[in-house]
Ligand binder design. Structure first.
Ligand SMILES: [Zn+2]
Length: 92
């Protein structure tokens, strides 16, 4: 299966280990890129078993993109708040 950029609406193909195309990757704020890298487990694109954390970060990244398209930008504090909330729910 071909891997395309995770940016909603972008059809660009990229290497499996990359989150998305260069253009969109660098559109993400640096803290978000850091979160994705930290949650990423090498080989997950082969095993198809990304960590729970990666799934949450990936979902929040989509949320960030949605807001970005509306002209808003979720800052790191908000992002971490969402991350904390989701992690808490995970343990319940
Ligand atoms: Zn893209």
């Amino acid at each position: 299966m071909k891997h395309t950029c995770h940016w909603e609406g972008c059809e660009k193909e990229c290497p499996p280990a990359m989150w998305g195309c260069k253009e969109h990757w660098f559109t993400l704020p640096i803290f978000l890129r850091g979160q994705i890298w930290r949650a990423y487990v090498p080989g997950q694109e082969i095993t198809k078993t990304p960590s729970q954390r990666y799934l949450i970060v990936a979902r929040l990244t989509q949320e960030w993109i949605k807001q970005f398209k509306l002209g808003k930008k979720m800052n790191e504090q908000e992002f971490l708040k969402h991350l904390g909330v989701e992690k808490k729910e995970e343990n319940e």
